[in-house]
Ligand binder design. Structure first.
Ligand code: SAH
Length: 404
């Protein structure tokens, strides 16, 4: 989109969401489309500073200069409308009715264009969209993932059965329109399910994954890999986490809830040793691959519940200087937090996607000898109500009970 038009759109945000997006309200994707971006950031800053007021002052909220089209991953459900035309878009909230979406405010524009091309190709390739009621038809969803720094594009065609007619020509036709596509994958989902992806995969073009670069490190993204939806802001978020940790090169660092190892790998250059712990098996596999890909050798990953791991670590007598923790929305648990206190790292950098559980956990940690030094919000999800935050905690030197 041209810059002028983009600015016009942003300024129009606030003047009633329907003007900007015909799917507004039906889709539920961007709850804040009717509030100007400036106001959104102000509101989020106020919300966060109110919650963190008992603990610390917060730095200015980090919003986006171009707050649109930030989602690197787009999932489109396919169906036909009453007239039999192919449509693709999102499910109306709480249903399986497809709301047509051609250009979404949040989604990567290239990804939307690829999905549009797929829509256009179906007829000439005689590919039918799948009908959930009758079980007839082939194409269920198209998932597109786009590398933010690399521009590589992955297309996943989710089919109800494994055979795509004239698949090579289909790939050729797609790539003719979009030469940026570096890999195409068929995913077979033959179950009655709300899950987008099924278990079986067949790579029909390219390596079966894309790569992206964040904070100087390269990450492999497979169809199922977890990768933050907004890479531009993820870079800001991780940058703040590193700034808060202020590593000098001699520290032993724990990256708890590490996902595919992103934070730990970025920290590894500035630390003596990094340990990552994560519950999800696939994420840990990706983390190991990512470490090799970046030739990082001072990092080790463990597949375990973070709380359980923390108990073992705190009992082992090992010393950890800095803990990064990035738990899911539910926050951390008491087992983890109690062991964290026992382990007694000098610094804890808490990355949170849910300020309410963040505050709950801060309450626990500050009652047991930690002080919150500073915090900041990063807008990872413009036009939605989501708030991401980072806080730095340090062990108070002058408290009893801090004998380590
Ligand atoms: N730090 C990563 C991932 C953060 S998302 C990144 O920035 O990309 C939170 C992660 O916590 C997810 O990968 C999830 O699988 C993991 N997780 C959830 N519960 C967990 C638990 N009990 N123990 C360890 N990891 C857990």
């Amino acid at each position: 989109m041209e810059k002028v038009e983009r600015n016009k759109k942003e300024n129009n945000a606030g003047s009633g969401g329907e003007i900007l997006c015909p799917a507004f309200k039906k889709c539920g994707g961007c709850q804040l489309l009717n509030i100007s971006y400036k106001k959104q950031v102000k509101n989020k800053q106020e919300q966060l500073s109110k919650l963190l007021k008992p603990y610390c002052r917060i730095e200015p909220f980090i919003g986006m200069e171009q707050p649109m089209h930030y989602r690197h991953k787009v999932n489109a459900a396919f169906d036909r409308d009453r007239r039999g035309n192919v449509i693709s878009g999102v499910y109306k909230e709480g249903t399986h009715i497809v709301v047509p979406v051609k250009n979404c405010f949040l989604e990567n524009e290239k990804a939307d264009a690829v999905i549009g091309t797929v829509r256009g190709l179906l007829k000439s390739f005689k590919i039918k969209t799948y009908d959930e009621d009758t079980g007839y038809g082939l194409l269920r969803h198209v998932m597109v993932r786009a590398g933010y720094a690399t521009g590589q594009i992955m297309v996943v065609l989710v089919l109800a059965s494994p055979i795509l007619p004239s698949k090579n020509n289909f790939v050729k036709a797609l790539r003719k329109e979009h030469p940026e596509i570096t890999t195409v994958i068929i995913n077979v989902n033959d179950k009655k399910t709300s899950m987008v992806l099924g278990d079986r995969e067949q790579v029909i073009y390219g390596p079966g994954y894309i790569e992206d670069v964040l904070c100087g490190k390269t990450f492999k993204i497979s169809p199922r890999s977890f990768y933050q939806v907004n890479p531009a802001q993820t870079q800001q978020l991780y940058g703040k986490a590193m700034e808060y940790a202020a590593l000098k090169g001699k520290e032993t660092v724990l990256d708890a809830y590490c996902g595919t190892g992103t934070i730990g790998l970025i920290a590894a250059d500035k630390a003596k040793r990094v340990i990552g712990v994560e519950l999800n098996k696939d994420a840990v596999k990706d983390a190991v691959v990512n470490a090799k890909r970046n030739q990082v050798s001072n990092i080790q990953f463990y597949q375990k519940d973070a709380g359980e791991f923390m108990v073992q670590l705190s009992e082992s007598g090992d010393k950890v200087d800095v803990v990064f923790m990035d738990p899911p929305r539910s926050g951390s648990d008491e087992r983890f937090l109690a062991s964290l206190i026992k382990l007694g790292p000098k610094k804890v950098v808490y990355v949170s996607c849910n300020p309410e559980t963040l505050v709950r956990d801060l309450k626990y940690l500050t009652a047991k000898g930690y002080q919150v030094k500073k915090g900041v919000g990063v807008d990872m999800f413009p036009f939605t109500v989501g708030i991401e935050a980072v806080c730095l905690l340090e062990k108070s030197e002058n408290r009893k009970g801090q004998r380590r």
